[in-house]
Design a protein around this ligand. Structure first.
Ligand code: AMP
Length: 443
């Protein structure tokens, strides 16, 4: 794809120049959790030295601070160390280095981290450590906004809990009840659930929360955006107040702060990267292009793609996604669409084919923007500029995951110039413009 070969670019700054530089952090700065102004509890946590400036550190700076920390330093069991080794992880990511020791101590935690930072393991590792060896009772519930995210969290737990005998299931809508009901009635240690379906099971008493010790609210901002607040409230009402609560969110709007204030007890705040910061391993660029030429520009860029490139295209609407898939088909490119009108089976199949590398092109609406954990995506293409700056960060979070590099292209027509400027302000970074002769505004 073009940005990997700068000489082909015309009239553009190098996208690499647009990458956050991540200046080295002062050596004496604490590497532990931070307590920014937004701490939802007026009582500061005692074991976290406040480091106000750390709240604005970039991910690269935090990586520099935590780069000496090993998994062994976090106080993990040898079984867990072996699982992490088997997963091929050499060091904890900054959110893991900060969150895991605090969660192991039983603290409530508010993790401000975008997807791609290793945040899932930041809560699954301590949960497994806590539950390992106990009797099978439902002791942990993880609430997530989407079924895709449920499946990924479940996968993460399975990966790190091999050999511990812990049972985990995912519970989400869009599929039959029977298998979930049977599994719940048989007893599981950890439930990963979307709020709506979990309520259904609770009401039918397929599961009870008498022994619940840990509650995780994952992607809390997204859950509230999706209108899950009433369901979350009903679920939390059934859980013992002396639980441990871990809340993770990419952003901290007032609604999430209110949720944290309501449900967390003296939470420790851990934060990775600046708020709204885009993944540091991604090269961003914007292609100015008239609306009617976007399809052709996409095909033009794909022609220059490497055979191994794996491309996730985002459109604003479901129809837009279908249109792009059709157009790509006409141009000889096989692509799958992923959006809310597809059945669960179609969505799973599209994802599986893309993950396995059988399809190199997936066209998705924002349904897929969060939680999709597909390693090896080389390019995210915003066929339409996202309507919210935060969505840009999340879409882009699909590439450059866990220190791998990726490219993020945004097609910008005249109507979208203002939105791109807003995104640049929010991510605190100017995005390089790439002008492709024959496709830009002047042609
Ligand atoms: P997440 O932010 O939780 O969605 O994780 C993003 C990706 O990073 C997943 O593919 C994880 O398997 C991977 N990952 C998590 N922790 C580490 C680590 N310490 N080292 C390398 N990769 C990791």
């Amino acid at each position: 794809m073009p940005p990997r070969t700068p000489s082909r670019r015309t009239g553009a700054r190098s996208p690499r120049a647009a990458r956050p530089t991540g200046a080295a952090a002062p050596a004496d700065a604490p590497s532990s959790a931070t307590t920014p102004d937004s701490t939802p509890d007026s009582t500061p946590a005692v074991d976290a030295p406040p480091a106000p400036e750390a709240a604005t550190l970039t991910l690269a700076q935090q990586e520099a601070r935590t780069s000496e920390i090993t998994f062994a330093d976090l106080g993990l069991s040898s079984a867990m160390l072996a699982s992490l080794d088997a997963a091929g992880y050499t060091r904890p990511t900054p959110i893991q280095a900060q969150a895991v020791p605090l969660a192991l101590k039983g603290r409530d935690l508010m993790g401000l981290a975008q997807t791609g930072t290793g945040k899932t393991a930041a809560f699954t590792i301590p949960i497994i450590e806590r539950l390992m060896g106990g009797a099978t009772r439902t002791r942990a519930v993880i609430l997530t906004p989407t079924r895709e995210l449920c499946q990924q969290v479940e996968e993460s737990i399975r990966k790190y809990s091999g050999g511990t005998g812990l049972d985990v299931i995912s519970v989400y809508g869009g599929v039959g009840y029977e298998a979930q009901t049977t599994a719940l009635k048989n007893g599981v240690d950890i439930i990963v659930a979307t709020p709506g379906r979990l309520i259904d099971h609770l009401e039918k008493q397929h599961v009870i929360f008498d022994d619940l010790e840990v509650l995780v609210l994952d992607e809390a901002d997204r859950m509230l955006d999706m209108g899950f607040a009433p369901q979350i409230n009903r679920i939390v009402a059934q859980i013992h107040p002396y639980r441990q609560t871990l809340l993770f969110s990419a952003t901290m709007p007032p609604e999430v702060e209110a949720l944290a204030r309501k449900y967390l007890r003296k939470p420790q705040v851990v934060q990775v990267g600046r708020r709204s910061q885009a993944a540091a391993t991604v090269r961003h660029c914007v292609y100015p292009v008239p609306k009617h030429k976007k399809m052709d520009l996409l095909v033009h860029l794909l022609r220059e793609a490497g055979a191994d490139d794996s491309v996730l295209v985002f459109t604003r609407t479901k129809h837009g996604a279908d249109r792009v898939v059709r157009h790509l088909g006409d141009a000889g490119y096989a692509a799958d669409a992923l959006h809310a009108d597809k059945t669960q089976a179609q969505r799973e199949q599209a994802l599986a084919r893309f993950k396995a590398g059988e399809t190199k092109l997936l066209v998705a609406t924002d349904i897929a923007q969060r939680g999709l954990d597909i390693s090896g995506i080389t390019h995210v293409i915003n066929f339409d500029v996202p309507q919210q700056a935060e969505d840009y960060v999340h879409r882009i979070g699909r590439t450059g995951r866990a220190a791998k590099e990726g490219d993020a292209f945004t097609f910008m027509c005249a109507d979208e110039i203002g939105m791109v400027r807003t995104i640049e302000r929010v991510i605190g970074q100017e995005i390089a413009r790439i002008s492709v002769p024959g496709f830009d505004f002047g042609t």
